[in-house]
Ligand binder design. Sequence first.
Ligand code: PGA
Length: 269
Amino acid sequence: MISKKPIVVANWKASQNIYKNTEKKILNLIKLLGKDKSKIDLIISPNTVFVQSLKKVFKKSLSLSVQDISFFENGSHTGEITAESVKDIGIDYVIIGHSEKREQGDTQEIIIKKIQNALRQNIKIIYCIGEKDRDDSVKHLKIIEDQIVSVFNNIDKKSFENIIIAYEPVWAINNKNNLSIDSHSLHSMVIYIRKILLEKYGENISKNMNIIYGGSVTKDNAQDILWNGEVQGLLIGRASWENDSLLSIVKNIIISPKKNILQVYGNKK
Ligand code: PGA
């Protein structure tokens, strides 16, 4: 089902490496968010080593995601974190297909297998797709189509509802100048993604898929991206690492857009 509240995924990557500080930071974040926390679907993706302890502390009051899972289900695979073990400690989400993992060697084949492993364990997936670059040939549209179809053709239609598509153009991720996509281009991409889903999997799937955006989201662009990009949420990297900045983003996106429009028209009268 399409989310009524903005989905806010905070991808902390490898930025928080001391457990006590991470726990304190989340406690403080929840305190500062206060009632606003119920106006968003907040998913925090901290260092994987910490998720079990964080789950014990925050229980159901916080949705947690791991940043990846293994291609393998079990067996002789040193260093792997399996989907089953993630499910066993009660973690709700996993990010799969992030460009930083693709950069380290995750092929589309590996990504499909990881998604299948997660779905088998009933873990919800934040599935990252996105082109490395764009030019006039619009070949990036084909890349997006392939990333969607290769996954959705290889999973059960019933599990589509467990997937959030995170459109993250690689050129916008971790961009030194915080160059994100403009909201009109994002809106076009969202329409394009829904069109693929409509043509291949039907109206219900297309209408109900949650699509979020990631790549240099900041407090200054979050509102425009969310409202005018017509996405259901944001996947935020660097701007989610400090509570102040994450809070500003949340404040900016939970103001009712309708109220805003009324205010604009009200002022014009
Ligand atoms: P960024 O990262 O917000 O720091 O660009 C986004 C992401 O990696 O998902």
